[in-house]
Design a protein around this ligand. Structure first.
Ligand code: HEM
Length: 389
């Protein structure tokens, strides 16, 4: 009788199985810092720890899990070896643990090592590819460039070097650029799948077709223009915010063939479209209320990135667990997760407009986010142990 593969072997082939649960756990811990602080239980101000745990720990884990599973398949190459997965996990746990110990400089260095290791592992697969990934994946490279350059700039600043401009540029690249580029790059390829539309066909080949080149040139142009808006943010923040929203909106719009009018009314689709909507709205927001930039960021982080992450992760976990038939059902737990996140987003944004009630609004926003995460985790995460193979 053939023995079923161990959980570690399942994770090696499909790393989302370990990174998604880790990411959710770190996300809940990162958000819980605010009620702990406002209730007086934590004495230190958790601004840096929260930001790094959410971007490097929560979103970072979902990115590693998703791309670590998808890239080997899209390039027609092999999954991680035992050593590769163990190294990534050790670096990830090291970075998060060191942030929790308030050693931000050391933690950022470990996170930088994690990003570079992951990029090298993906680069190795790309050079050995038997097939080309979709052209939008060029924006995934921009995403990693943003994360690596942003973390390096923050390390430079923590060493007492660098200017206020380089520190702002670093935080913009890591906190916003990293995930925004990935959303655009991966969104372009996921949108047709979620909307059940025919996907653009490219001949199976290592070398690009003229159509692939055309789409890649468009993605590259959007990528460079977005980068320029981050670089110029210090001088013209309102205009740059508006330009970023237009660039992101235009790219996403070109990926959705609205003229076909066949958008299905599924919970997964609603989650995806709502998340993309809030990303674009959150990007416009600082152009209207520049003093509330952090509130605008949270529209992107909660209504955009968190919602998108949990929606896409639902599809990944169900799809790889042999439960694709559930895609077309109501998925009530996901509906409730979406509603809780949107309510949390509203309270988080309101907190920065109503200073008198800021502490309680931010605490309630945190409870709603954590409740959404726990509900989602309870309904979805047990399925990471189920394999469709
Ligand atoms: C839901 C409850 C949340 C609350 C109450 C909250 C609260 C806050 C507060 C008060 C700050 C300002 C920190 C400072 O003064 O330095 C902040 C910054 C930050 N938060 Fe959150 N947050 C929440 C959710 C999230 C989520 C879900 C993410 C990411 C997925 C996130 C990522 C960040 C980042 C990257 C920063 C620093 C960036 C910036 O300055 O805009 N937060 N958060």
């Amino acid at each position: 009788m053939v023995r079923p593969p161990s959980f570690f072997e399942l994770c090696r082939a499909e790393p989302f199985r370990i990174f998604f649960p880790l990411g959710l756990l770190v996300g809940i811990s990162g958000v819980s810092l605010w009620p702990l602080y406002f209730s007086g239980l934590h004495k230190f101000y958790p601004g840096v720890m929260h930001a790094r745990m959410m971007i490097e720990g929560f979103l970072g884990a979902f990115v590693l899990g998703f791309l670590g599973t998808a890239m080997p398949r899209l390039t027609g190459t092999g999954p991680f070896s035992r050593l590769e997965l163990t190294t990534l996990l050790a670096l990830y746990i090291g970075a998060v643990g060191t942030h929790i110990a308030e050693r931000y400089l050391a933690a950022d260095c470990i996170f930088l090592a994690l990003l570079i290791t992951f990029a090298l592992l993906m680069g190795k697969r790309f050079t050995r590819r038997t097939d080309l990934p979709p052209p939008g994946f060029l924006l995934v490279i921009f995403g990693f460039f943003n994360a690596i350059a942003g973390t390096a700039l923050l390390i430079h600043g923590s060493l007492g070097e660098g200017s206020a401009h380089s520190a702002l540029f670093g935080t913009q690249l890591l906190y916003q650029g990293f995930v925004l580029y990935l959303v655009l790059g991966v969104g372009g390829f996921l949108l047709p799948r979620f909307l059940q539309l025919p996907e653009p066909e490219f001949p199976e080949s290592r070398t690009p077709s003229p159509e692939w080149n055309k789409r890649a040139a468009f993605a590259l142009a959007i990528g460079f223009l977005l980068l320029a808006t981050f670089a110029a943010d210090l001088w013209a923040p309102r205009w740059m915010a508006l330009t970023r929203a237009i660039l992101a909106g235009t790219f996403l719009f070109t990926q959705i063939p609205f003229h076909r009018n066949v958008i299905p009314r599924l919970t997964l689709t609603a989650g995806l479209l709502a998340a993309l909507f809030f990303i674009v709205i959150g990007l416009v927001f600082p152009a209207l209320w520049p003093a509330q930039r952090v509130a605008a960021d949270h529209m992107v982080f909660i209504g955009g990135f968190t919602l998108l992450t949990l929606t896409v992760a639902t599809r990944v976990v169900l799809g790889h667990g042999g439960q694709s038939h559930l895609f077309t059902t109501g998925l009530p737990f996901l509906k409730n997760t979406i509603l809780l996140l949107l309510a949390g987003m509203i309270l988080r944004v309101a907190g920065d407009f109503i200073p008198a009630n800021r502490g309680s609004l931010l605490s309630y926003a945190s409870y709603l986010w954590m409740f959404a995460a726990i509900l989602w985790g309870w309904c979805v995460l047990p399925k990471v142990r189920i394999s469709d193979q």
